[in-house]
Design a protein around this ligand. Structure first.
Ligand code: SAM
Length: 222
């Protein structure tokens, strides 16, 4: 739950936020629990002040170190795909970045586990979780390709950087009945968002739509 007093971190008008939420509805987002968290979340605190006037545009923006904050539509779409199809008790995110997607997940999940490979970005994200009083977010500096074995299995896994193939450790760490949303780079360099489900019989996979993410990279920085 987001309990921050927004007065302390700069206000954006309710109308600006509501306009973004309406745009997401117009683009087909239907899950009210996700939209309601995004309507309360101050996106401008996740980006550099010089770009804050663009915080409520439905677009991705640079956050430094060659990385980006995801487009609000994509954040909403990936989150609703997980929320609509099942349990959100233990949720793993690979690619914390600025922490915006993490904070949305925190509003619709019991526990969030998030991994980032670039430590300076992770440190800034942690400051934002504190500012927002998010007490259900656990973070790790590491290579998310490997997942977070000690906390597995996960009901839901979201990957916000694109590998060439779905990492096997993440498949292994998904609970039976669990879902994963993940962008995967295909042969021509395009990326497809996949929704995977794990059943007793195995894994089913469905392509959702074309997306554009930074690549999932091995190793850590910082
Ligand atoms: N979730 C973010 C948001 O809220 O907007 C967007 C994340 S950004 C598009 C992708 C992030 O994934 C970057 O911060 C990048 O450093 C991170 N990343 C890339 N490869 C990774 C890996 N193997 N393990 C953990 N993080 C990784």
């Amino acid at each position: 739950m987001i309990t921050t007093n927004l007065a302390g971190i700069g206000m954006t008008s309710q109308r600006t936020r509501s306009r973004l939420i309406q745009r997401l509805r117009d683009k087909g987002i239907v899950e009210n629990s996700v939209l309601s968290v995004m309507e309360k979340l101050p996106r401008h605190i996740f980006i550099d002040e010089a770009l804050s006037h663009r915080a409520y545009e439905d677009t991705s923006l640079p956050i430094g170190m060659g990385q980006t904050i995801s487009q609000p539509y994509i954040v909403a779409r990936m989150t609703e795909l997980l929320v609509m199809s099942g349990k959100m008790t233990n949720v793993l995110e690979v690619g914390t970045g600025c922490g915006y997607q993490t904070s949305v997940l925190a509003g619709v999940s019991k526990w969030v586990y998030t991994i980032e490979r670039i430590q300076p970005l992770q440190k800034q994200a942690i400051d934002r979780f504190k500012l927002l009083n998010l007490h259900n977010v656990n973070y790790r500096h590491g290579d998310g390709y490997l997942g977070w074995e000690e906390e597995a299995p996960f009901d839901a896994i979201i990957v916000t950087a694109a590998p060439d193939q779905v990492p096997q450790p993440l498949i292994d760490q998904l609970a039976i009945g669990g879902r994963m949303v993940i962008p995967v780079t295909v042969a021509n360099g395009d990326q497809q968002l996949h929704l995977l489900e794990k059943t007793e019989e195995g894994i089913t996979s469905m392509q959702v739509e074309e997306v554009k993410f930074v690549p999932l990279v091995g190793g850590t920085i910082g």
